[in-house]
Design a protein around this ligand. Structure first.
Ligand SMILES: NC(=O)c1ccc[n+]([C@@H]2O[C@H](COP(=O)([O-])OP(=O)(O)OC[C@H]3O[C@@H](n4cnc5c(N)ncnc54)[C@H](OP(=O)(O)O)[C@@H]3O)[C@@H](O)[C@H]2O)c1
Length: 223
């Protein structure tokens, strides 16, 4: 019998929208047990997410968080703080928490940041989860390209930030498994400010051009 801890290959996907479902599918392809942590395990959206991800199950956010070694906060900015408390900081202590969120205010024609440039959603998540190892990732790309990113005119790059080098290394390995080239580490979790502003640039381009499938890449990288 194997002594391997099953939670090591279990991921809690908090949120069953397009981001949660896409990232969940990527984890399932890598052999992870996916548990959607959802506010309603019986909702139509949850059923659709379960159908889209082979082998996945759904549970209350706290149960999903407790069972996993990694959690993904695939929830809207407006529900981010509540989702963290529903999952329970104690259930996420010591674990990797991936934060793809963008604190955007959509009340104007062109979206703006909903928080001052001296803070970021990534930092807020790390403050709310002081014992977790938060990695900002996935926030600068549309859900369509989060797994197996392929664009007709080049290869996009994933930029990540976080305070824990081992957590960033594990997330980088997962991202390579999702088909990304080696992600670019842009620094500590406070560098989420840069990544969230980059997302704002991405959204602004989308809103001005009514085009939503673009992505960033860094040319001439150090090898
Ligand atoms: N969409 C993109 O292409 C994209 C790209 C980059 C980054 N992001 C970021 O990724 C995050 C998820 O995006 P998404 O488009 O998947 O979001 P979404 O469809 O608006 O919401 C995802 C899920 O969050 C859960 N949720 C928890 N608390 C909520 C609340 N108070 N109000 C509404 N939903 C709540 C719901 O699942 P349950 O009912 O199961 O709880 C919902 O289905 C966002 O922070 C977004 O900024 C999105």
């Amino acid at each position: 019998m194997s002594n391997a801890d099953p939670s090591q290959k279990t991921v809690a996907i908090l949120g069953n929208g397009v981001v949660g479902t896409t990232i969940a599918r990527g984890f399932a392809e890598l052999g992870y047990q996916v548990i959607f942590g959802t506010r309603d395990v019986h909702s139509q959206k949850t059923r659709a997410a379960l159908e889209a991800v082979p082998g996945a199950r759904a549970a209350a956010p706290a149960e999903a968080a407790a069972a996993a070694s990694i959690a993904v906060l695939a929830v809207p900015w407006s529900g981010l703080e509540a989702a963290i408390f529903k999952a329970g900081p104690e259930n996420l202590a010591g674990k990797i928490v991936i934060d793809p969120s963008n604190p955007l205010d959509f009340s104007a024609e062109i979206p703006t940041l909903a928080i001052p440039v001296t803070d970021s959603a990534g930092e807020l998540v790390q403050r709310l989860l002081p014992k977790s190892r938060v990695v900002k990732a996935f926030n600068i790309i549309t859900a369509t390209h989060m797994v197996h990113p392929q664009l007709p005119d080049g290869t996009p790059d994933m930029l990540i930030a976080g305070d824990d080098p081992a957590a960033k290394a594990r997330v980088s390995e997962i991202l390579r498994g999702f088909g990304w080239r080696t992600p670019i580490d842009v620094g500590p979790i406070s560098a989420s400010r840069l990544l969230e502003n980059l997302a704002l640039l991405w959204v602004g381009y989308g809103a001005r051009n009514d085009h939503w499938t673009h992505a960033f890449s860094l040319l001439g990288q150090k090898r």
